[in-house]
Design a binder for this molecule. Sequence first.
Ligand code: FDA
Length: 389
Amino acid sequence: MTADLVVVGSGFFGLTVAERAARELGLKVTVIDRRHHIGGNAYSETEAQTGIEVHRYGAHLFHTSNKKVWDYVNQFTTFTDYVHRVYGVHKGEVFPLPINLGTINQFFRANYTPAEARALIAEQAGELAGTDPENLNDKGIQLIGRPLYEAFIKHYTGKQWQTDPKDLPAGIISRLPVRYTYDNRYFNDTYEGLPTDGYTAWIERMADHPNIDVQLNTDFFDEAQPISKGSVVGNVPVVYTGPVDRYFDYAEGDLSWRTIDFEEEVLDTGDFQGTSVVNYNDADVPFTRIIEPRHFHPERGYQTEKTVIMREFSRFAEKGDEPYYPVNTEADRAKLLAYRDLATSEKDVLFGGRLGTYKYLDMHMAIGSALSMYENRIKPHFTGGAKLE
Ligand code: FDA
C-alpha cells in the first residue's frame, strides 16, 4: 500500500490521528512502531499464571472532563464504573490519599472539623511564611506545614527523584492538594473508568480499518527498513510521535527523563493488599508504590488462588531506558526550544504526543491534542485548505 500519511508511533496520539485520517478522509495510513505491539505505553496484556490484565508500562487510569474526547473514545470501548482511590503507608499505618480530612484526623489522632483542620494546616504552613522557598523541601513546608509534608510528600518525592528534596528546585511543585472533606477520589474529572475488555482490545479497535496498515518492530531510524526517515520525509506527510531529540540526532543535546523499573511477582494469595494502588511514603522502603491489577476489574471475577503485584522503583533514565516522565530542568527547556525551532522548519513533518513534544500527557490529553492536530492541520491539507507544514 502506498501511504498518503505515515504515522510514527502507535500510542494513543498516533492511533487517533491514523483512525481519523483513515475513517473520515479515506486516506491510506501506514503506522509504524519499533515495539512488537501497538498501543504505546497504554498497552496491556494478560499475565499468564493468573489471567489478570496487567498494564505493561505502569498503571493506566482513564479520566477526562473533555466531552469531545469522552465521546470519541466511547466509539471504541465501553468503560467500567471503576473509581480510582490511592492509599499510602507511613510508619506502618495506612492512610487515605490525596491528603484529605480523613488523612489529617487519622494523622493527628483528632476529630477536627473542616474549619479547624484548615486553621491547623495554615498555622503549620506559617513556619516559613513570607520567605521565598529555596528548594522543594521549603516549598512543601510552606504549602502544607512540616508534619504532613514530612510524612507524605518528602520521602516519596525524594524516592521519585532519587534526590533529597532539599536539593530539588522549588518549582517542581506549585501546589499540594489538601481536601478538607473526606472525599478521597483520586481524580476530579467528570468521566472516569477502565476499558471494559481492556486497553489492548480498545486500541486494536482504533487500528482496525482497511486503510490502516500497521508495521511493528519497525524503527523509523533504521534505514534498512522499507519505511524510514530517509525514504519517507519529503515524500509523504509524517506525524512523528517518537522522541524529538532522537529525530534530530540529539543535535541540541539529550532531553532528560525519569523512568520506572517494575518488579513483578505472582503470589499464592487471592488478594495481597485489598486495593489497586498503595504508596510507600517512607524512606526505608526503596519502592514508591505497589500496584495490584486485579483490583482494577473487580467485576471480572478473576481466580482467587493467585494474584500479581508490581513494585515500582523510580530513577533517572539512561539511553536505552523507557523515557516516562520529562525531568524538565532549565537546561532541558532551553534544548526543547531549540528542537521546536528545528521541528518548525521540518516541512510536512508534524511532532506530537508525549515524546514528540517532551510533555507529560495523560491519555485524554494525548487523544485531545491528536484530535486538534487532525482537525487544524491534517484535514485542511488533504481537503484543499493548505495547513500541515
Ligand atoms: P506513547 O509513548 O504511548 O507512544 C509512542 C510510541 O512511539 C511508542 O509505542 C513507541 O514505541 C513509538 N516510537 C518511539 N520511537 C519510535 C521510532 N523511532 N520508530 C517507531 N516507533 C517509535 N495517562 C493517564 O491518562 N492515566 C494514567 O493513569 C497514566 N499512567 C501512566 C503511567 C506511566 C508510568 C506513564 C509513563 C504514563 C502514564 N500515562 C497515564 C500517560 C499515557 O501513557 C500517555 O498519555 C500516552 O502514552 C501518550 O500517548 P503517546 O501516543 O503520546 O505516547
